[in-house]
Design a protein around this ligand. Structure first.
Ligand SMILES: Cc1cc2nc3c(=O)[nH]c(=O)nc-3n(C[C@H](O)[C@H](O)[C@H](O)COP(=O)(O)OP(=O)(O)OC[C@H]3O[C@@H](n4cnc5c(N)ncnc54)[C@H](O)[C@@H]3O)c2cc1C
Length: 392
């Protein structure tokens, strides 16, 4: 019996875009992603195809050459990529880093970069926030940018700057006023748009970090990097607010990827459980196998409601820190639970590379750590939503 496919929301958003992404992803099957994973190679063909189809420019306004779609369209694109068995991490950052430039950059900066990004000639894939000593405490970053005439001189080190080797531009957070001289804790940091093409080997050194997933992540060393004042995005010392704004979009998009992962795991698990027969009946007829899959399905669908709500609030310009954080928390946990259930359903075969389950299992685990770890979301909810004392 052909299984029905109830693995979409009842009324999926952006059905035509979803179909287009599904068609594109069908050209890049599991074997494509497995090969890239094995070699830790950048999925260039996938990124090129997504760029050529215009999906990576979906959030760029039409005035700058994009399609001017709202966040829910970008979420639908990334969800479909993950639901097809692929992974959007090779390029998803362009969707949310671009927002910082769009909302806080000058008109000159927007005109200089956004049309090129929309045409796919320029890549803005790198987001340099994390540092080795600061960890989740972003306000403690040590990279400094000191004004010197018409330039800023930047000194420091970033870690986990994903895709830096595959990006022309990097959005960088650096301290412009020392921590003990700011009136508010969140002030004193600034955002810069660094043109990596001009600076690699001249103030910027990139070192890849090999990880348990194929993520093209790196360390970036900034040594007397001299950039013009025109590289500053928005006003000096206000950069933390600018990146927080982009981080809500990031949380929603990552959560949508988790929903895609969760739906992929549930689909794989239900198909396998319906086919695989041991002890004379399909394993899916055994409650010990069927019920965890049904539970994983319910959890993914529930998380998706929060993702949709967060995207809507972002699109309407309403405060969305609470919903964006909850969407990321619930979706990443639902995806992980679905992944664990899927692996268990496949038994030994779940560990074999050919089924893609072990790859997706590794990939979806990241989202409880990055871009923000689960504990930090819980701390945010505890303090800022529930009004409890600040967690230390
Ligand atoms: C593959 C990958 C790609 C990444 N890509 C990027 C990128 O492109 N750009 C970028 O800037 N960063 C990136 N990151 C960094 C990512 O955002 C950080 O790893 C994440 O924010 C956690 O920081 P940390 O690793 O320093 O962990 P830490 O802050 O050291 O935390 C370690 C553990 O302690 C817990 N913890 C810390 N503080 C508290 C607290 N106050 N209360 C309770 N628990 C706490 C955390 O939850 C975590 O489990 C990436 C990371 C990875 C692994």
């Amino acid at each position: 019996m052909a299984l029905p496919s109830p693995l979409d929301a009842d009324a999926p958003t952006w059905p035509e875009i979803r179909q287009g992404v599904r068609d594109l992803c069908a050209r890049l099957p599991g074997s494509y992603w497995r090969d890239k994973d094995r070699e830790r190679a950048y999925p260039k063909e996938f990124v090129d195809a997504l760029t050529e189809a215009g999906y990576l420019a979906c959030l760029i306004p039409e005035a700058y050459g994009g399609s001017g779609l709202p966040l829910s369209a970008a979420a639908a694109i990334l969800e479909e990529v993950h639901k097809s068995g692929g992974n959007g991490a090779a390029c998803h950052a362009q969707m949310y880093t671009m927002g910082t430039l769009l909302r806080h950059g000058s008109e000159d900066q927007r005109r200089a970069y956004l049309p090129g990004i929309a045409r796919g000639e320029l890549r803005l894939q790198a987001f340099g926030v994390s540092e080795p000593d600061a960890g989740s405490d972003t306000l403690s970053i040590k990279t400094t940018a000191v004004r010197d005439g018409d330039d800023y001189v930047i000194q420091g080190q970033k870690i986990w700057t994903s895709r830096a080797e595959h990006s022309d531009l990097m959005l960088l957070l650096a301290r412009t006023t020392p921590k003990d001289r700011v009136e508010k804790r969140s002030r004193g940091l600034s955002v810069f748009l660094i043109d990596l093409r001009q600076h690699i080997g001249r103030g910027v050194e990139i070192q890849p970090i090999r990880t348990m997933i194929n993520h093209a992540t790196t360390q970036v060393f900034l040594d007397d990097l001299r950039v013009p004042v025109s590289a500053l995005v928005g006003e000096p010392d206000r950069g933390f607010a600018y990146i927080l704004d982009g981080m809500n979009a990031e949380r929603v998009l990552i959560a949508a990827e988790c929903i895609g992962d969760g739906r992929w795991f549930v689909d794989q698990a239900r198909r396998y459980a319906s086919d695989r027969t041991v002890f004379d009946s399909p394993i899916g007829a055994k409650q010990g196998v069927q019920f965890p899959i049904a539970r994983a399905y319910a959890q993914v669908e529930a998380a998706d409601l929060m993702v949709q709500q967060a995207a809507q609030r972002f699109e309407r310009g309403q405060p969305c820190g609470k919903t964006a954080n909850m969407a990321k928390l619930l979706a990443s946990e639902a995806a992980w639970q679905a992944g664990d259930t899927c692996l268990q359903t496949f038994g030994g075969y779940g560990f074999a590379e050919d089924y893609d389950v072990e790859r997706k299992f590794r990939e979806t685990r990241l989202y409880q750590v990055a871009p923000v770890s689960t504990n930090l979301i819980l701390a945010y909810l505890g303090e800022h939503v529930l009004g409890m004392p600040r967690s230390t």
